[in-house]
Ligand binder design. Structure first.
Ligand code: C2E
Ligand code: MG
Ligand code: MG
Length: 343
């Protein structure tokens, strides 16, 4: 059976000629065996399907035999998917916000919206427990819209109750980048009354570098709406310099893995300096993620990093707590450039 599977994959591996253009196909093969995996066609097909999804998940272009614990995983995933659907309707998701702080003057210059799931049985779940499932099951568009709407509405409310014009950053999954996204960002901004320049969209480097022409077109249209664009987790993907120059990007966020070992790891420190220089040469603002210690902060400030985000200043917190922080006098914030009446 594996031999046949490999032969099929090999046959499909050759480019096809479609109207003079070379088209590449990939294939993933799931295999279930009679009688050990099942006794009828329905069961065997179901398990082959489960195995095929595993083959895809492992990178595709391979074959995979069905294993019993795949069903356990598949059932868990299905249960989660059902729960996500239900929670989207009953508002069990919430958004926490983490301040982004200027390294020049200690002002809060923005907040990042981070999704949380208040699961009815499992309690508060972090995004890595549900974003991947939402992505695989096609629920990410609905969830992403929900988060963006919540964040824009919150930013608008802060403008009204505190007079502070604080930009909000929202994470995007690669699966969301489509024509539909441009439409729904426009709708959300209109519905919440938030000016586009107070919304920033974060896209991970790995996602942006595996883009197609449509992705770039979509990002450009978003930017034309007036929203800002940031590359998240920068340094972990494979950016090509020529592409970086062409992309409609305002900010680079240095990945936490580089910041973590400052000041012990001199390689990481050199990489950070290089990213700062690169970003500034391309006229981008540089944010360092995961700043936890005073030493890290000092290092980043000394080398011209613009903004920091991390536990040193604040963890992601519920909106009410962030509002108190924005209004508190102990918070070293001077909003002269952010106050509503001055813009
Ligand atoms: P991210 O966008 O890179 O967000 C930063 C993550 O680092 C957050 O984790 C934050 O809590 C954590 N963090 C911030 N400061 C520190 C620090 O000083 N030390 C340490 N150890 N961690 C810090 P979180 O909230 O668990 O989010 C994880 C990832 O999930 C995010 O990474 C983002 O990629 C994704 N995510 C979160 N919300 C959404 C969403 O609404 N949509 C999508 N598509 N992805 C989301
Ligand atoms: Mg982010
Ligand atoms: Mg990040």
């Amino acid at each position: 059976v594996p031999e046949v599977a490999q032969r099929i994959l090999k046959t499909l591996d050759r480019p096809f000629d479609v109207a003079g253009r070379e088209v590449f196909l990939g294939a993933s093969i799931g295999i279930s065996m009679y009688p050990q995996d099942g006794h009828d066609v329905t069961a065997l097909m179901k398990y082959a399907d489960v195995a095929m999804f595993q083959a895809k998940k492992d990178g595709g272009n391979r074959h995979q035999f069905y294993l019993a614990d795949m069903t356990v995983a598949a059932n868990q995933r299905l249960a989660l998917e059902t729960d996500i659907r239900r929670s989207l309707e009953s508002d069990d998701f919430i958004v926490h916000y983490q301040p982004q702080v200027s390294l020049e003057n200690d002002c809060i210059v923005g907040v990042e919206a981070l999704a949380r799931w208040q699961h009815p049985q499992h309690g508060m779940l972090p995004p890595n427990m549900f974003i991947p499932v939402a992505e695989e099951s096609g629920l990410i568009e609905a969830l992403g819209d929900w988060v963006m709407h919540a964040a824009c509405k919150q930013a608008r409310e802060w403008q009204e109750t505190t007079g502070i014009l604080i930009p909000v950053a929202v994470n995007l999954s690669g699966h969301q980048i489509s024509d539909r996204l441009v439409q729904s960002v426009g709708n959300i901004l209109e519905k919440t009354g938030l000016e586009p320049r107070y919304l920033e969209l974060e896209i991970t480097e790995s996602c942006i570098m595996s883009h197609t022409d449509e992705t770039i077109d979509c990002l450009q249209r978003l930017r034309r709406l007036g929203v800002k664009m940031a590359i998240d987790d920068f340094g972990t993907g494979y950016s090509s310099m020529s592409q970086l120059k062409r992309l409609p990007i305002d900010k680079l966020k240095i990945d936490r893995s580089f910041v973590r070992d400052v000041p012990q790891d001199s390689n990481d420190m050199e990489i950070i300096k290089a990213i700062i220089a690169l970003g500034h040469a391309l006229d981008m603002t540089i944010i360092a993620e995961g700043v936890e210690t005073a030493e890290q902060r000092i290092f980043l400030a000394r080398h011209g990093c613009d903004v920091m985000q991390g536990y040193l200043f604040s963890r992601p917190e519920p909106a009410a707590k962030i509002e108190a922080l924005l209004l508190s006098e102990s918070c070293p914030v001077s909003y002269t450039h952010l106050r509503a009446h001055e813009t």
